[in-house]
Write a protein that binds this ligand. Structure first.
Ligand code: FMN
Length: 281
């Protein structure tokens, strides 16, 4: 397939037929990113040797606020521990677990981690109280996300599949205890990594038109509405094609925006992170 054909095909899968944005530049790395899809069906195959170290090298190559490295990652491969974690991340609101945690050989738990900075500050006789500020919390959570996304891109470039597990925050306190996290750290999200099962392939999930997220010079408070309406067709077709029940995109936004029951325990995250030393300031 020519480069132009590949670009056209991937952009149409991402945005819908006839909806590809104009002028998108192209290279192998961008093609790899546009091929992204979350993978929820895995072979039991182990990962090739050196994979974890490669993913961590990619993660550590991400920018990190002030070069402070306020993140950590816990690599879980023990099937029993993975099963325990899968059970605690069950999403009761939709009566669905994350069975991919058990199927895939590796679960990476990405930790927003101020514990090292706190140790360095207090050992130097400083109070370390800046670490209790909202901004510091955000810095650590951002660092963890940037590191994880670099690992994701690296894993996909190696032909592996991944899926994030936000449900790792469902029982944040229990999970922190399970993996022995120190104070001033918490699991921000998980990432399953494995060999995708070719018999149960994942599809590229379409995105809304760029107008939903892209603003030029100033924020446009209305442009997203047309993009959102337009997105419903792609959203419906995708759900039909992959055998998911009927739901509009707006309904899916409503489902997670209204009613704390849908949070499956994540409504308690504030309490947990405060108990772990964050956000006292
Ligand atoms: C922070 C974060 C948490 C997520 N948590 C879950 C999860 O707990 N379970 C799951 O199956 N998918 C989870 N996902 C995957 C999203 O559902 C997925 O990225 C989104 O539907 C877009 O689909 P795509 O990644 O295939 O393009 C999560 C994604 C992110 C970024």
């Amino acid at each position: 397939m020519s480069t132009d054909d590949e670009r056209h095909e991937l952009l149409e899968q991402r945005y819908g037929k006839g909806k590809a944005p104009e002028g998108v530049r192209w290279n192998d790395q961008i093609a790899g990113m546009l091929r992204h899809r979350s993978v929820r069906a895995y072979l039991p195959d182990p990962l090739p040797e050196g994979t974890l170290e490669t993913l961590v090298a990619a993660a550590q190559s991400a920018s990190t606020s002030s070069n402070l490295h306020q993140w950590s990652v816990v690599a879980v491969t023990d099937p029993e521990l993975k099963a325990e974690i899968a059970a605690t991340t069950r999403m009761h609101s939709v009566d669905r677990g994350n069975p991919q945690i058990n199927e895939a050989p590796l679960l990476l738990l990405w930790v927003a981690d101020l514990s090292r900075s706190h140790a360095i500050a207090t050992e130097a006789g400083d109070s370390g109280d800046v670490l209790e500020q909202l901004d510091t919390f955000l810095v650590a959570a951002t660092d963890a996300a940037l590191a994880a996304q670099n690992a994701t891109v690296a894993a996909e470039s190696l032909g592996l599949g991944t899926v994030y597990i936000g449900a790792a925050r469902n029982k944040a306190r229990e999970l922190a205890e399970m993996i022995g996290l120190p104070p001033l750290s918490f699991v921000s999200f998980g990432l399953v990594v494995g060999v995708p099962d070719p018999e149960r392939p994942a599809r590229i999930r379409p995105r809304p038109a760029q107008e939903l997220v892209l603003h030029r010079e100033r924020y446009d408070t209305s442009a997203w509405r047309e993009a959102a309406d337009d997105y419903e067709e792609e959203f419906r077709t995708f759900r039909e094609d992959v055998g998911l029940g009927h739901k509009t995109w707006r309904e899916s936004v409503l489902m997670v925006s209204s009613g704390v029951e849908a949070m499956d325990g994540r409504q308690n995250l504030g309490e947990t992170v405060r108990a772990r030393g964050f956000l006292a300031g």
